[in-house]
Design a protein around this ligand. Structure first.
Ligand code: GSH
Length: 211
């Protein structure tokens, strides 16, 4: 069986969603660097960075990096439609996945841990790094919206891996509120993905709606 290391509200939600669409059960291990303990030790034994999502495949090999995991699942389970069949559309979906991982997700890592990116980082410097990175993140989402228009999904006719990663990574650092104001078409598409009948329960577990 597949083993997914993840935590509530983390990028592991995108992988859980892909596995749900592909109808592949998995064992979920709740682990994250912000939850010290035995599960984190287990996670670090397979991914020394301790980052999630981390997916252990049936043969014991380990996959990290959300875009790589989603591409793998798209190739391993083609019937799930996670990647477009048409080569040109698939190329753009791969571009979009790497765009989000390399630009938007990476910015989140700076916002969460500015001290990792700055020598002798004091509180005020950390806050300045956070503010600048957040503005950059929002501009990166604008660029994403301008490059990858929904048709009606980001993956094309069918909801796919690109939709899942966009729906999850846009949850952080005010990106949704920014997009609602500045790129409403993408925001609307993300709401459609959130409320897909196959996924709504999973997403609400990760991001409970306000009561
Ligand atoms: N490049 C990785 C980034 C993964 C990542 O940063 N995950 C976050 C949680 S959403 C994490 O585990 N952060 C903990 C840490 O870096 O200490 C990917 O695309 O999957």
């Amino acid at each position: 069986m597949l083993t997914l290391y993840g935590a509530r509200g983390s990028g592991a939600a995108a992988i859980e969603a892909a596995l749900l669409i592909a109808n592949r059960p998995c064992r979920v291990v709740e682990a994250a660097t912000w939850f010290p303990g035995a599960a984190l030790d287990e996670l670090r034994s397979v991914n020394p960075l301790g980052q999630i999502p981390t997916l252990e495949l049936e043969d014991g090999s380990v996959l990290t990096e959300s875009a790589a995991i989603l591409i793998h699942l798209g190739l391993a389970y083609p019937d799930a439609g996670l990647l477009p069949v048409d080569a040109a559309a698939r190329a753009q979906a791969l571009r979009g996945l790497v765009y989000i991982a390399a630009n938007c997700y990476a910015a989140i890592g700076v916002i969460d841990y500015p001290e990792r990116w700055c020598a002798d980082c004091d509180e005020a410097t950390g806050e300045r790094i956070r503010a600048g990175t957040r503005a950059r993140l929002h501009a990166l989402w604008d660029g994403f919206a301008d490059t990858f228009p929904p048709r009606p999904f980001l993956s094309g006719a069918r909801l796919g891996a690109l939709d899942l990663l966009a729906a999850v990574v846009s949850r952080w650092s005010g990106a949704r509120a920014h997009l609602a104001e500045h790129r409403p078409a993408l925001h609307e598409c993300l709401r459609t993905i959130d409320t897909d009948p196959r996924l709504v329960t999973l997403f609400e577990r990760h991001w409970p709606p306000p009561q």
